[in-house]
Design a binder for this molecule. Structure first.
Ligand SMILES: Nc1ncnc2c1ncn2[C@@H]1O[C@H](COP(=O)(O)OP(=O)(O)OP(=O)(O)O)[C@@H](O)[C@H]1O
Length: 250
């Protein structure tokens, strides 16, 4: 592929350089990102934190190729994705990244297996039953293929959404407040799952969260404020993250 560079195998799984995202123009423009540069090494788990409106979701969407930066670049492996034409970007996004939302975003009328197959079907592929079974087994939902989302608990529904994101074996899994709609115990199950994907399968994971306890599952915490990265914390504990957040607020 022409846009591939030779560092593909060894470089970061994803990176951003001088990322800017403005919403609107002129004096009324909201500058959601104002020059973010960051690398995500393969097999690492990063939590993105910061006050409401600091640009966390915008950063995640730009990194995942769901939104385009106004200026700056995003790379997956050695591929610069921020300038790819829409069709090529959609194709690459399907095979390289997975995305998990706070609200699960499952189709209620479809079975669990059909939900996991859906992105592939939308891309015109024939469903691979074995892969779907594997993805569901990986999230602890073997045997629930024929159930509907409404027959599952919130935590199980989020695990279906994670299986859907993992079924194409993405290089990077992005999760936007994946435990935001869950109680604490169920939230921990989802976080354990994300953590074990990183430890056991070398998955790269980037997660937005407001919760210091959730952030402590990560290897690193990035703190955003007003669209810029202001702090980075390695091997976070909930107490250190809490301290950092209260320092920011004070
Ligand atoms: N589509 C949009 N149009 C206009 N402004 C937007 C749009 N999306 C986001 N913004 C603005 O960009 C800024 C960053 O928003 P973003 O959702 O990325 O923040 P966040 O840190 O994820 O917030 P929260 O923690 O509340 O979810 C905010 O000021 C927001 O109002």
């Amino acid at each position: 592929m022409a846009e591939m560079t030779k560092d593909f195998a060894t470089g970061p799984a994803a990176l951003a350089r001088d990322l800017h995202r403005d919403y609107g123009r002129g004096g009324a423009a909201v500058r959601a990102l104002r020059g973010v540069s960051v690398d995500f090494a393969p097999g690492t788990f990063t939590a993105v934190m910061g006050p409401s409106g600091s640009g966390k979701t915008t950063l995640l969407h730009c990194l995942a190729g769901i939104d385009r930066p106004t200026r700056g670049s995003v790379f997956w492996g050695g591929v610069e994705v921020s300038r790819l034409p829409e069709r090529r970007l959609a194709q690459l996004r399907r095979s390289r990244v997975g995305f998990v939302f706070q609200a699960f975003n499952l189709m209620p009328a479809m079975t669990v297996a059909q939900n996991v197959e859906l992105p592939g079907r939308l891309a015109g592929e024939r469903p691979d039953r074995e892969r779907v079974r594997e993805a569901l087994a990986r999230v602890g939902l073997a045997g629930r293929e024929r159930h509907r989302p409404g027959q599952l608990s919130g935590g199980q529904q989020q695990r279906v959404a994670i299986a859907r994101a993992l079924v194409c074996r993405p290089q990077v899994l992005f999760a936007d407040e994946p435990t935001g709609a869950l109680d604490r115990t169920t939230g921990h199950e989802v976080l354990d799952l994300l953590r074990s994907g990183v430890d056991q399968e070398g998955q790269t994971c980037v997660m937005v969260t407001h919760d210091p306890v959730a952030a402590a599952y990560a290897d690193r915490v990035l703190l955003l404020a007003d669209g810029v990265l202001v702090e980075e914390l390695s091997r976070p504990t909930a107490a250190r993250v809490g301290e950092l957040l209260s320092r920011m607020g004070g």
